[in-house]
Design a protein around this ligand. Structure first.
Ligand code: G6Q
Length: 543
């Protein structure tokens, strides 16, 4: 951490108090309005009143935000400065959702004209596929679009395509990512080569998993329709023209983006083409505009009213002052079923670092550990631990006042559960309350005595709630950008580079070394565990 951020954090650690959320609400009838924020332009109500904060802690967090000069760093990112210093790159996924008409320069070159051109190309192509003007090699309309990619080239479009399913009126999107053949085998089952379009999504176009899957898809297609069909059934989403051509895809059918768009931030680029084809370009653009609105809020709102800044600081407080280990992400929307998985990459790949800006080791925890599942299903699985486990796990609830479609009282029930869970976590159930409940139910004294300790909920478990007006492409854009900027702010607080990912390289390198050994049936030069496992694999392999 920068020196002054560290000192202010130590001050918070030293003055750490045993706050009771219940008492905080009792002593301050205005607590909800004090610690919540309605942002009309984002269609969002953010409630952070059920957290372990009081005015003094909140002010302490604001001092940290000031000391960290968050807005200065944000301005530098948005202006195209090369803030990803280990890769010597600008970080401009924000430019992809910029409709202001202004200039953004990287190395003295305005990047906006190229971005506008790329958006136009996506628009024209997605409309052609949707209308049937673009046809497969045998003249048939495309009915299924298969996105082949992994990591940032998969998680974003997959999550968003699921989230916006209710808006899909185009070809069905399918996603293949795992190098496990099961993924492509099962995904291709029942598909018709004549009406299937493959989007090979890979920034580098060298990723083992993606190229392996793309080659299998290619042979599936050509064995049915012949070599010439490739041109009409394969499109590339990439920055690597040479490799795309080498694969046999016409560069005309390549949708580019740039080095300044990190993989896990690339949904806003041509990597989102499967989504644009599925929901239509207008809806896709609306998602970009939602993200743009969030960016504007982030850049122009004072820290004490700034939602991503507050979210980041609360996460920082739990991580670095209270020492809570993990954070649960709990969308009360089936549409957001992949959102926690998406966010795991966004958050943990960005901030799972232990080397600071000056190249030295950090001596504090970085990176929130994120996990979660949609409610209400998760209530029937891990909520037990959230309510009565020995650890405190702060949670983010995400819900919508209006779902894309109402059916009976499903949504009221869903939301009642979400509100109730936050309430139960915060306020729990005292001994007296639990006893009275059992007495009212007519239980014997012995049973009450035996059950009582198990029926008590200590409460005081913090959570925040993001309540959106409705689930639309626009509000999905807001939600994703909100977490992106939260992650960015935390990277500044922890004084790390949130935009590289060297930590994923070693495993890849070792896997390719081992793969060569499998081919050679040679197992020397490895540690005894790796060579033992490998020997067993080679011996038992059925060919
Ligand atoms: C994300 C990472 C990583 C990347 C995948 C796929 O920030 O860089 O998840 O997206 O490794 O890479 P390609 O798009 O190059 O295939």
């Amino acid at each position: 951490m920068q020196k002054d951020v560290k000192e202010l954090t130590q001050k918070l650690q030293k003055n750490k108090k045993d706050l009771s959320i219940k008492k905080l609400f009792k002593t301050d009838p205005d607590r909800f309005s004090r610690f919540s924020k309605q942002a009309e332009e984002l269609h969002l109500l953010y409630d952070y009143s059920r957290n372990l904060i009081d005015k003094e802690i909140f002010d302490g967090l604001m001092d940290i935000a000031e000391a960290a000069r968050i807005n200065d760093y944000a301005q530098r990112m948005f202006a195209g400065e090369k803030i990803n210093w280990t890769e010597d790159r600008a970080v401009l996924h924000t430019a992809l959702r910029d409709f202001s008409g202004g200039k953004i320069e990287v190395d003295g070159q305005d990047v906006m004209p190229e971005i506008v051109k790329a958006r136009e190309k996506m628009k024209v192509f997605s409309e052609k596929v949707r209308s049937g003007e673009f046809k497969g090699s045998t003249g048939k309309k495309i009915s299924t679009v298969v996105n082949i990619g992994i990591g940032g080239s998969d998680l974003g479009p997959r999550m968003a395509a699921l989230a916006l399913r209710a808006f899909s009126d185009g070809p069905r999107p399918v996603f293949v990512s795992n190098v496990d053949a099961a993924d492509i085998i099962e995904s291709l089952k029942g598909l018709d080569p004549e009406t299937t379009l493959f989007l090979v999504a890979s920034k580098t176009f060298t990723t083992q998993e993606t190229i392996t899957n793309a080659l299998s898809a290619r042979s599936w297609l050509t064995s049915a329709l012949g070599e010439d069909a490739v041109e009409k059934h394969f499109v590339a989403l990439s920055t690597n023209r040479e490799e795309v051509e080498r694969f046999g895809i016409d560069p005309e059918n390549m949708f580019g983006f740039w080095d300044f768009v990190g993989g896990r931030y690339s949904l806003w680029s041509s990597i989102g083409l499967s989504l644009a084809i599925s929901i239509g370009y207008e809806n896709f653009e609306s998602m970009l505009r939602g993200a743009e609105a969030l960016d504007k809020h982030f850049l122009e709102t004072e820290y004490s009213e700034n939602i991503p800044v507050i979210m980041a600081l609360i996460g920082f407080l739990y991580n670095n002052v209270y020492g809570f280990d993990t954070t649960a992400i709990l969308p009360y929307s089936q549409y957001l079923e992949r959102f926690p998985a998406y966010l795991q990459q966004g958050d943990m790949e960005s901030n799972g670092k232990s080397v600071n800006r000056s190249g030295g080791p950090v001596d504090y925890h970085t990176g929130q550990i994120i996990w979660g599942e949609p409610g209400t299903n998760s209530q029937h699985s891990f909520f037990q631990l959230l309510h009565q486990g020995s650890r405190i796990i702060p949670a983010d609830f995400i819900g919508y006042i209006n779902p894309p479609e109402r059916k009976g009282d499903h949504h009221d029930k869903l939301m009642a559960n979400m509100f109730a869970q936050g309430e139960a976590l915060a306020f729990g159930c005292t001994k007296e309350e639990a006893k009275k409940e059992m007495q009212d139910a007519g239980l014997s004294k012995e049973d009450i005595d035996m059950l009582l300790p198990h029926k008590v909920f200590r409460g005081n478990r913090p959570s925040s709630t993001l309540l959106f007006e409705e689930l639309t492409p626009y509000t999905l854009g807001v939600l994703i950008a909100l977490y992106e900027q939260k992650i960015f702010v935390q990277g500044i607080l922890w004084d790390i580079n949130s935009f590289d990912q060297w930590g994923v390289e070693l495993g890849k390198k070792l896997a390719s070394r081992i793969l060569k050994k499998i081919g050679d049936a040679e197992v020397e030069g490895l540690d005894s565990s790796t060579s033992g496992l490998l020997a067993a694999y080679i011996k038992g392999k059925e060919i």
